[in-house]
Structures are given as C-alpha cells and as structure tokens.
Design a protein around this ligand. Sequence first.
Ligand SMILES: NC(=O)c1ccc[n+]([C@@H]2O[C@H](COP(=O)([O-])OP(=O)(O)OC[C@H]3O[C@@H](n4cnc5c(N)ncnc54)[C@H](O)[C@@H]3O)[C@@H](O)[C@H]2O)c1
Ligand SMILES: O=C(O)[C@H](O)COP(=O)(O)O
Length: 641
Amino acid sequence: MHMAPSSANLATLVLDFDSTFTKVEALDVLAEQLFSSDPARLTDLNAIKELTELAMSGEIGFGEALQKRIQILKPSREDIAGLAETLKRQVSDSIGRNLKVFQEHPGKIRIISGGFHEFIEPVVADYGIKAEHVLANRLIFDDNGIATGVEQDNPLSKDGGKIIALQSWAVSGQVVMIGDGWTDFEVFKGGGADRFYAFVENISREKVVAATTGNEATQVAASFDEVLHNEGYEGRYSFPRSRMKMLMLENVHPVAIAHFREEGYDVSTLKGALDEDALIEAIQGVHVLGIRSKTNVTRKVLDAADKLMAIGAFCIGTNQIDLKAASEKGVAVFNAPYSNTRSVVEMVMGLTVVLTRNIYSKSIQMHTGKWDKSATGAHEVRNKTIGIIGYGAIGSQLSVLAEAFGMRVIYYDVAEKLTMGNAKRYRSLDALLAEADVVSLHVDGRAENKNIFGKAQFAKMKDGALFINLSRGHVVDIEALAEAIRSKKIYGAGVDVFPEEPRTNDDPFDSPLMGLDNVILSPHIGGSTEEAQEAIGEFASERLLNFISRGDTTFSVNMPNVQLSEVEGRHRFLHIHKNVPGVMASINQIMAKYNLNILAQHLKTNEQLGYVIVDVDRGYSKEALDELRAVNGTLKFRSLV
Ligand SMILES: NC(=O)c1ccc[n+]([C@@H]2O[C@H](COP(=O)([O-])OP(=O)(O)OC[C@H]3O[C@@H](n4cnc5c(N)ncnc54)[C@H](O)[C@@H]3O)[C@@H](O)[C@H]2O)c1
Ligand SMILES: O=C(O)[C@H](O)COP(=O)(O)O
C-alpha cells in the first residue's frame, strides 16, 4: 500500500526564514513597526531596507549588514515580541497550506536564518519546528532590555555562516536548501546541501535565480508545493499549482487573473485573440485556457493541446469552441451564461429608443452644423410591438424591460420557454415579422443558425420597421440587411455583431453597413460593461477553480454537471471517459482488486461522456492509479489530494 511517505527516506528540508518561511524580511517589518510609532525614524526605515536589499542580493557582506541594522533599530524585547506576532500572520501562503506536512514529519523541516531566534522560534513553533531545529543569530540586550548588537561567536553573524552553522546538526541523509537569498545558494555552492531551490513565491532575486541554471541539483520553486512534490513529500496539492499554466486571452477581467494568482497558478495574459496557428503554439503546456468571443478553439487547436484540462469562455457564447472535439478529449468547457445578460438588454432598449426617435441621424447632422428640429418620423416606443427572436436568457429579460417601457411583446423560439409577463409566443416566425415594429435577434450562435435571417425574412417585416442584432454576426445575411436598409424597407438598424470581426482593436473593420442611414454600428460591445466584465470574471474563474481543484463541473457546457465539495483528508480520483458500456464495471473491479476504501462515489453521464468521481481513504496503491488510467475509454484521469 502507498501511504504518506515515511520520513526516513525523505531529504531534510532546510528553509530560510525571511522571504521564504515568511513573506517578508523581518527586520524591514520591525523597522516599519518602529517607524509607525515614531515617524521621526523614517530615515532609519529607508536605511534598513537598503541594507537588507544589498545583503540579500549579495552586494555587501551579510554580517556587516546585520550588525548595522541592529545598531540603527535598537529594538526592545517588547518590540521583538510584537514582531513575532506580526510575522505569524505573514507566513508564506504555500507554507501555511502545508502545515500538515510539518506535523507529519517532525524534525525533517528545519530553519536556518541570519535572523534571530528571538522572533523566529515563536513563529515556527506553530508548525511544530523545535528550537533545536532552528539555526539563527541571537541578540545582545542591555540592562534596559534594548538590543544593542549581535552575538559575535555565532557563525551566522558572519559571511558564509550558514554553511558552517549547518554542520552542527550533522544531518544524516540528503539535505535540501530552500531560500530566496544569495546566502542560501551559498549553502549549496559550498557543499552544505545536496540540492537547492531558489524560492521565488515572495520575491525573485535575479542573481540567485540565474545561479540555478545549468545545474540539475538546483532549480527555481514558485511555491513550497513544488519543493514537496519534487522531494517526494505528500503536500496539500497532489500537483503543485505553480506548475499549472493558465493562458488568458482577450483581456479577461483582472479580477479573474487575481483569483487564479491568489490560488497559486501560473497565469499569463494576452490582450487580443490569437489565430489558429498562434494558438496552436501558445497552447503547448497550458492546463487552462481563458477566451472570449473572438478566439476560435478548433479541433486542430485541441489536437495540439497536450495538457489542456479546461476552457473558460469569459462570455456567454461558446460557438467559437468546437465543443464536440473538446468532449472527445475530455476537456471541460465553462462559460458565464448570465453575467452580461442585463448589459445586452439595456443596450437593446437604448437602441430601440434612439432608432425610433431618429436621434442618431439627427446627432450626425448636428455635428456638421445642421439644426433640424422636427417630429416627423420620430415615435414613442410605448404601444409599439417588439418581436423577439430567441427567448433565452437575454430574450426573456428583454421581454420584461420592453414591457416596462409600455411595449407589446411577442416572441418566437424553437424551444419551449417560460413566457414573461404579458408576452405572447408566436409559433410562426413569419407571423411575428408581419406584426413587429422592432425585430430583435437573440438566438444562440449554433452553426445551424447561419443566415437564418436573410432576404426572405426582411421582405416579411413591416415596412419601416427596425432591426436589431446583438446575438451573433453569422445569423444574419449582412448583404440582405444592407439592401433592406438602402431600399428603405427597414427604417433603421442597430448592429453589434458581424460575420467578420477584427481580432484586436488594432485590426481594421469593414462592412457593407458602413455609411448607411439610421444604422448604429457598435464593435461587439453588448456585454462590454464594467459591471458585466467583472461579474463574468468572478463567475467563470470560480467555475474553473472549482473544476481544477475539486473536479466540480457545475455549469459546464459539455461535461455532465456534478457539484462536489472540497477534498479534505482524502484522495479524489476524477475519471472522464467515453460514454461506452463497461467503464464503470472496470473501475469498480480495480477498486475492489486494490482494496480501496471508497468514501463517496458519483457517476454522471451525458450523450458523449461519463464522469466518475471516487473519494477514497488516503492510503492507496500507485498501481491502482495506473490501472484506472488504463481503463478502456479513458479520456482524462486525475488524482487530487
Ligand atoms: N453582443 C454581445 O456582446 C452579446 C453578449 C451576450 C450574448 N450575446 C449573444 O446573444 C445570444 C443570446 O444569448 P442568451 O444568453 O440569451 O442565449 P440562450 O441560449 O439563453 O438563448 C438563446 C435562445 O435562442 C433560441 N434559438 C436558437 N436558435 C433559434 C432559432 N433558429 N429560432 C428561434 N429561436 C432560436 C434557443 O432555443 C434559446 O432559447 C447568443 O448568441 C449570445 O452569444 C451577445
Ligand atoms: O458571448 C458573449 O457573451 C458576447 O458575445 C460577448 O463577447 P465578448 O466577451 O467577446 O465581448
């Protein structure tokens, strides 16, 4: 049985304290603490920060910097106690979430620091690290309890001291040094450690990072999870999040990026969309892709995606993604189906009023110095009929707002829908077109909807009616629309979406609708409000995070939806497979064969996919995982801790 790895076979992990165990440099924090109670000490604060930085990047001797800093600071015993309390709240995120590892392997994780026992010990004691496993300096206090210097016979008060101090432990087995600073790298360089990790979760020091290249025993670690994973410890995450790449295109809202980064993922961003070739290149090694409406995720892109687990469409539409191909590969797709609905609807109402009153054309005239005050051709929307085609989230919300404006609402939808207010469902599109003063399109972008609105449909509209499309460009024959406007069949139009749209703001726009009378064109901004974008960022990032961290597929557009709790104190296997007979039986046979203690099990299927989630006790065999991965029909298999 594969249980939590036994301590005996594991390397001893020696952690630096400042900017590694904690997020901060303790003496800088102390300086700030003293400065905040005495603003006259601002110059002291700056001097301390400068000395810290110079010492950490190896520019001046460590011992010299330490002495100088204590002599400037002169902290009291109370100041040091206060500092320890502050530092307890500043433990590095990846250290904090791995508390259990410290508890499971007492003595295996130790601290070596050029800082001071007086504040390090109380902080690391919370992680079960005993005083004898902390190597650090000691302060010298005068009779008034004020620190006046550093004990000089301690090797850690001198340059190159860490490597000498380390020998006093006489650790048997392998030693791994983890730290952000040059003195930490020196431990490895001087032969005091078998391996070295440049710890960059809090700060990345160029000289230290550069020193790790070209040596197999040294590498950069973006989190303690990575170190634990590499060294065979069983940490909080089975796979370090800092090694999971997220690529966010098309200006995905910063709130989403911040959430991903807070959770420790490696996120890169691009402002615009990418074409197929560029995306094929960019998607290599990417675990989660974030897009909006302009990025086409084709089968070719999905074929090239070697690590992809999930796609987040940070918008409503998912027609730009080959959902069938994504399902065949077990890639989960999420979107934000309701977050920009209101923004679109408000824009439709605004366009309806502006077009009905001919305000847009009059405004253009005013800008050329023409004053044309007249009521001719301007109408109220009250008592007019709006015909909504596609009565989904947006169509039905529009129904409510249009009624609030006093409009009569009729709608046409291919599916059965809940009718809002006094709206009336029409089963014939032609009948709707014959009655509507305003026709507004809100169908989804499925491929079959290409050109559903063309010459024949415009011909069936009332003379002088208005046409609005904020759904998808390809659903309307744009030449037919241009002709309907030129011939005055249509009195005006509001168009936000086009068959061909520029990929970025730097690309040109061209359309047969340009220059036509009473036609308001907008650059696909129906959902582009700050409110909507933030709401999408929140919603879609939460869906993706819940899927990646716990397997939850709530709201996925292609995976069977399963709502799951967090994985605590157990293992979770996630098995995505083709929906073919026999998979579940095979999985259960493997579970029985390896005597896995099942705590919970879920199976949900859709036409294409089956999704099995099994929670088991922490003890399990690696062979069982290999067999589960090899079950016929498996598309993706993951094990979570
Ligand atoms: N302009 C923008 O910025 C913007 C913003 C958000 C959404 N959108 C687009 O708006 C559209 C509507 O979004 P939603 O959230 O309401 O989608 P939805 O899926 O909730 O609703 C679409 C409705 O259209 C119906 N439908 C599909 N094909 C039809 C057809 N041929 N005839 C009649 N009814 C049909 C469906 O049955 C469904 O009820 C989508 O195309 C979406 O991509 C555009
Ligand atoms: O599908 C959508 O939500 C809209 O088309 C908006 O797309 P966008 O996020 O690219 O603006």
